[in-house]
Design a protein around this ligand. Structure first.
Ligand code: GTP
Length: 318
């Protein structure tokens, strides 16, 4: 069984980081987010199909000869085809019921349960649904007796049909992929789902957590969630506070790390306090307090940093 992962977006909200590293290869707790997604796929999925546009060269290089537990196929687009067009572009690699993921979602969805429901209800498509207090920035659904009856993309405040939103995780029968016109830029959310709503489109509400890791704040949150139970309890040269992850080859001297901090590979820090922050690979830091920031890769810092996203292409404050 195949899972398509949409990884072709520009990642504009994470610039300048995504000028040098495509969003799918940005790490969550030291593992690239797309690799994490592939490794977390249930056993029934043997193939991950990556729909790629921006960052193709880097992605090819990353996956060349690398074992990530599943067969990986990269399907490039000459032009960005949008979410629907990108899925349609993968149709030749699909053999039946297919899972589709937005590549930047970190969630507690139980895919096995979702698949069991999808098969039991004989749905054409099943969309994972997440409840929010303020749904107007998202794709909202009218949901009744397990079925999605209407679809609203980013509705005006006060006109929302419910507070259940599309969580960017789908199980689709091939007939839905076949509805998408080939080689065209198509949004599945705006142009295809509204046509199938009320005619075999089901919903799978879930609880737990749901993070779209596409903004600096949510990228930090997704990182801390991804530490899970695999945190670092002790490290030479660092006083550890709370939940943190430190790469085994990071070199630390007289540092306080945490609460909530991730230190990447080939990082050297001396006399630093790192809280609520992610330090990416190959960073050198001295004598600084770093809070709520994302730093790297390949950056040197020697002054205090707060709520900043610093990459080789510059710095923004968020
Ligand atoms: P922003 O530019 O910051 O909004 O990020 P993004 O480019 O990732 O866009 P967005 O978060 O809306 O995209 C949702 C998902 O669809 C992400 O996983 C994207 O990688 C993916 N995606 C969006 N557009 C395309 C596309 O044209 N082709 C492919 N293959 N994937 C896409």
């Amino acid at each position: 069984m195949e899972a398509i992962i949409l990884v072709g977006g520009f990642g504009t909200r994470l610039r300048p980081l995504t000028h040098t590293v495509p969003k799918p290869l940005l790490p969550l707790a030291n593992i690239p987010m797309v690799e994490r997604m592939i490794r977390n796929l249930p056993e029934v999925f043997d193939t991950a199909i990556l729909a790629v546009n921006y960052g193709l060269k880097d992605m090819k290089e990353y996956f060349k000869g690398r074992d990530v537990g599943k067969k990986v196929v990269l399907v490039p687009e000459d032009e960005p085809l949008g979410t629907g067009g990108a899925m349609r572009n993968c149709i030749d690699y699909v053999t039946g019921t297919t899972a589709v993921f937005n590549g930047d979602i970190v969630s507690s969805i139980d895919l096995n349960k979702m698949l069991e429901q999808h098969i039991r209800t004989k749905a054409k498509g099943t969309l994972a649904l997440w409840k929010v207090a303020d749904p107007n920035r998202f794709g909202v659904v009218e949901f009744k007796n397990g079925e999605i009856l209407q679809f609203q993309e980013k509705p005006e405040k006060g006109t929302e049909l419910s507070n259940l939103i599309n969580a960017g995780t789908y199980l689709l029968e091939p007939e839905i992929l076949e509805m998408i016109p080939p080689k065209q830029k198509i949004s599945i959310e705006r142009e295809i789902y509204p046509k199938v709503a009320g005619e075999g489109l089901h919903g799978f509400p879930f609880e737990g957590y749901f993070i779209d890791a596409g903004t600096p704040e949510s990228y930090l949150e997704a990182n801390f969630k991804s530490i899970g139970n695999n945190g670092t309890a002790a490290h030479t040269g660092a006083n550890i506070r709370g939940s943190v992850m430190i790469h085994e080859n990071a070199k630390l001297e007289h540092c306080i790390i945490g609460p909530k901090a991730i230190i990447g590979p080939n990082v050297k820090l001396e006399k630093c306090i790192i809280r609520n922050s992610v330090i990416l690979s190959d960073v050198n830091g001295y004598g600084s307090v770093v809070e709520e920031s994302i730093i790297g890769p390949n950056i040197k810092f020697e002054e205090d940093v707060n709520r900043s996203l610093i990459s080789p292409k510059g710095q923004i404050t968020f």
